[in-house]
Ligand binder design. Structure first.
Ligand code: NAI
Length: 633
């Protein structure tokens, strides 16, 4: 066999190790699954005392199905065959006469978890990389290889639907607590624990009575609640898969093959195709972080304001040690407080929170710059201020350290004039709020040192963001495409359409937030300044000028286009959206994206689509603005 190794131990236990040939991570391709069927054939002839399924990869157990195969499903038959392949194989695994155990260390996702769920026991190894989930919904499809049936049976339908409908993952401890894992052990005892559990003869912990009722006669109650949750987040015309998951579980006990029409509709939906496209775009962005082996340990951030403070906190959360510099300690303290809130929310464990706080070091004198592998400037948006800083900073830096600015609107060419080595300055442009936004633009001015740009990309990847290389130009990619879009939205308001109606038009198009609410969130003064720079000399909208004159600056001032006194935009009913309004408003964004590709600001159309999706939230189910345009003709 190419991908599986079988080892028979004393006592008759067989260990089946998946080590997919030619890949760094395991995925369940047709070939891998066909070989596993052969494994089961062999064991049927000669039954072992127990079977342990494990991974031979350092990366994890199994990352999921082989997503490349999804792009080859050009007929309904092939889609159904794909579902049947895993459904039948894992049913067969679930019904073997000998005990079976999945030893889960590292990622165990999608088809990987469905394989594990078909085993009698699931042993989770407690280490940071271990995570389990059924994220198929993120690709616009459903967990059709038994996950929709077995996960609710194991952990109850409410928790199972929550995992399947959001695609989120859980760690080993949580898996044990929820009843997904039978045991959770540290790596050093995992082999012994696996053998003990396998031969223990222990029955599975039964689901509590209420959960059994909810997974049986009371399914409709859970389904109704789940549907209500999904409606708030995703419209069925944009994202049909979560609705299908609820129905397949409620009506067919998770057997998609009992509803072939649903399988055809979901697998061949433009949404699924586009979300798979977005998955590969994301992989491409990740690839920019792999072009060199730069690895940072210490980061120095200068400016503890909105951005600098949050960038520092994010780097700490991702394991780095960060010195945070500002003019006074008083200016750093609010950033430390925000950082502590972030750590508390994301880390939960008090020891880990304490360690994170210890790694974030206030540094008024800026001594940290000397030791830093990456230095990020995030001070006031002023050329003079940045010049003074860079002049004093450059002589202190380590030779290979990355020197970066987070500027949104200043030209790198102007900022670097004071440097002895101007080619070393790069842009590492984060978006606000830092913790939420996956994209970071890595900006290269003409003549930038390619090694510095590659190191910046590697650093961005190291902190688990998606690097998008762009050339230096006003607004780079993301702000440059947002400006004409927001302008069009405000011009629509000038023409007499309600802000609510404008926002509804874009929500219906599939945007995560309406453009008028977005202007309010960004701040009307900032939008006005950005518009002056990025709108090709177009007149600022009257509604914007009027609001700014009246001191209505948006969310931060309690009032903008909407009233924000409760912390949320108070919106009236949207009313009837004029036909074609959404398409009309998005048109300037698409046109600007095309122009930026033509001008070489971003290397190609796919990367532009990736940048606009991950930088603005542009409706992922469309596959990105340029893909959308191309498909619409
Ligand atoms: P901010 O005004 O909130 O914070 C700037 C901080 O820098 C202040 O705390 C100030 O005391 C400090 N500072 C100024 N001069 C300093 C110096 N010489 N040494 C040490 N500290 C100094 O500004 P914000 O919004 O965080 O912006 C910072 C940079 O990030 C700007 O270049 C901006 O264009 C960029 N940016 C801002 C975004 C936003 O949404 N606010 C988004 C992306 C980039």
């Amino acid at each position: 066999m190419k991908h599986w190794q079988l080892n028979k131990e004393e006592g008759g236990i067989v260990v089946a190790t998946l080590d997919k040939a030619g890949e760094a991570a395991n995925s369940l391709s047709a070939e891998v699954m066909a070989e596993f069927a052969v494994v089961l054939d062999q064991l049927e002839l000669n039954p072992p005392s127990g079977l342990i399924v494990r991974s031979g990869k350092a990366a994890g157990f199994v990352a999921g199905a082989d997503i490349h195969e999804f792009t080859q499903l050009d007929t309904p038959e092939k889609g159904r065959e794909l579902v049947a392949r895993g459904w039948d194989l894992f049913n067969r695994l679930a019904s073997v006469s000998y005990p079976t155990l999945a030893l889960i260390r590292g990622h165990c996702l999608g088809g990987g978890l469905e394989l594990a769920l078909a085993c009698r026991y699931l042993l989770a190894v407690d280490e940071p990389g271990t995570k389990m989930g059924l994220p198929e919904v993120m690709l616009g499809i459903f967990p059709g290889w038994g996950g929709m049936r077995r996960l609710p049976q194991r952990i109850g339908p409410t928790a199972a639907l929550d995992l399947m409908l959001t695609g989120k993952t859980i760690d080993a401890k949580r898996a044990k607590k929820m009843g997904l894992a039978d045991e959770c052990v540290p790596p050093r005892v995992m082999d012994m624990a696996a053998r003990q559990l396998l031969l223990s003869g222990r029955g599975r912990r039964p689901l509590p009575v209420v959960q059994r009722l909810l997974n049986g006669p009371l399914k409709f109650v859970v389904a109704r609640g789940a549907r209500q949750q999904v409606v708030k987040k995703a419209r069925p015309e944009h994202y049909p898969a979560p609705y299908a998951i609820i129905d397949l579980w409620a009506k067919h006990d998770g057997n998609a093959l009992a509803a072939p029409a649903v399988v055809d509709r979901i697998i061949h939906s433009p949404t699924a195709r586009n979300l798979v496209r977005v998955f590969f775009l994301q992989e491409r962005l990740k690839g920019f972080g792999k072009e060199c082996d730069f690895k940072a340990q210490r980061v120095h951030v200068i400016g503890a304001g909105v951005m600098g403070g949050d960038i520092a906190a994010w780097c700490v959360l991702r394991g780095l040690t960060v010195t945070l510099q500002d003019q006074t300690l008083e200016r750093i303290l609010p950033a430390l407080k925000r950082a502590n809130d972030l750590f508390a929310k994301r880390l939960r464990d008090p020891l880990k929170i304490r360690d994170a706080n210890d790694r974030l070091i206030p540094d008024v004198t800026g001594d940290g710059a000397v030791h830093a592998d990456v230095v990020i400037e995030a001070i006031f948006e002023s050329v003079e201020a940045k010049h003074a800083l860079f002049k004093a900073l450059e002589p202190k830096l380590k030779p290979g350290a990355v020197l970066a600015t987070n500027t949104s609107s200043l030209k790198l060419e102007d900022l670097r004039t004071v440097l002895a080595k101007p080619e070393r300055l790069v842009g590492i442009h984060f978006f606000n709020p830092v913790a939420m936004m996956p994209l970071v633009e890595v900006v290269a001015a003409d003549g930038a040192d390619p090694a510095a740009v590659q190191a910046a990309c590697a650093f961005v990847r190291q902190i688990d963001k998606l690097p998008l290389p762009v050339k230096s130009a006003p607004g780079f990619l993301v702000n440059a495409v947002l400006a004409p879009y927001m302008l069009a939205a405000m011009h629509a308001v000038d023409s007499g359409i309600n802000p609510e109606t404008v926002d509804e038009a874009m929500l219906a198009f599939g945007m995560p937030m309406g453009p008028i609410e977005l202007v309010d969130t960004v701040g009307l003064d900032i939008a006005l300044a950005a518009g002056r720079q990025l709108a090709d000399g177009a007149e600022p909208p009257h509604c914007l000028l009027r609001a700014v004159e009246n001191g209505h600056l948006g969310k931060k001032s309690g009032r903008g286009f909407y009233d924000w006194s409760t912390g949320r935009a108070a919106k009236a009913a949207a009313g009837q959206v004029p036909a074609g309004l959404g398409e009309r408003l998005v048109e300037p964004l698409i046109a600007r994206t095309e122009r930026l590709v033509a001008d070489g600001i971003v290397a190609d159309a796919d990367l532009a689509d990736a940048g606009v999706i991950f930088g603005t939230g542009f409706a992922p189910f469309t596959g990105g603005p340029l893909h959308y345009r191309q498909k619409r003709g």
